[in-house]
Design a protein around this ligand. Sequence first.
Ligand SMILES: O=C(O)CCC(=O)C(=O)O
Ligand SMILES: [Fe+2]
Length: 284
Amino acid sequence: MSKLNPFRFDTVPDGAVEDFLRDGYIAVHDAMTDEAREGLIDEIVTSRPVADFLSSPPEDRERPTSRATSGANKTSTYFVRPWNDRGPWGHALVDAPLVKALLAATIEPGYHFCHSALNLAPRGSDRVRFHQDHHHWKHENPVNLAERHRYYIQILYYPNGFKRGDRSLSVIPGSHRVAPTEEATPEAMLSGAFNQEAGRSLECLHLELPPGSFVYLNARMFHGVEPKPLDSPQAYRIFTIDIFKESGPPHRYTQEIPSDWMDRADEHRSQMFDRETYTEESWK
Ligand SMILES: O=C(O)CCC(=O)C(=O)O
Ligand SMILES: [Fe+2]
C-alpha cells in the first residue's frame, strides 16, 4: 500500500486526548499538507461518478445511494457508502501515522476499520439534523446491549473546509456523556435539562474549519450540519469519513473490504480488515 503521508505531523497534539474525552470530539485544523489536500481533492473530483455529478445540471443530478442514517438527505448531495473508489491520497488516510496514533491513544488495544463514505454538498444542500451515529444505542438486541459502551470513532475529513453557517458542522460538546434514553433529545439537552448529568452546560457550537482539516469524533456526541446557502462562495463542500470500531461484532454498515485492498494490505491493515461485514442478520 501507499506510503504517502497526508498530514503535516504524526503525533497526537498536546491535550487532544483530554479534549476528546471531555468534549466528545477534537477538531484538527489545517492538518493536511498542501500537496495532500490538493491531491485528495483532485482524486475525488476527477473520479468518473463525481465528475459526472458535478458537470450535470442540478435538476438532473442523480444520487448514487439513498441515505439511510438519521441525517436526512433530501437534496442533490452526492453520497456514496462505502467509499471504495479512492486514489493514493484517499488510501493513505486509512492508516496514516497520525490516524494510527489517535486511534492508539483512544481505542486501543483492538480496533477494526468499520466503513467509509464520500459526500459532496453543492449550494442549496439541506441541513442534517442533530443526531448520534452510535447505532447500538438505538437497538436492544443482546449484541447491541453488549456493544453499546464500546467506542465507535468517526474521522470526518474536510479537504476544502467550510465557513460557519455554510454547511458547517455543529456539535454539542459533552453530549456523549448523557445516557441514551428517549428523553435525551438534542432539544432537551440544549434546554439545560441534562447539564447535571453531563457535568457541564450543554451548548451548541458551530464550527468553522479551514481546508485540510478533520474532526475526530466519538459517535455518541450529538452533531449536525447547517444547510448550504444558494449564494455560498464555495460551489460544493467535500466531506469524506472513515469510521473505526472496537474489535468485535459488526456495527451498522461495517463494509465489505474490496479484494484489492485485501491483497495489498500490510499486517496492520489486515488486522483492521479482519472482521465480519454487517448484514440485516448481524444483530438478530
Ligand atoms: O457532513 C458533515 O459534516 C457530517 C455529516 C454527518 O454527520 C454524518 O455523515 O453522519
Ligand atoms: Fe453524523
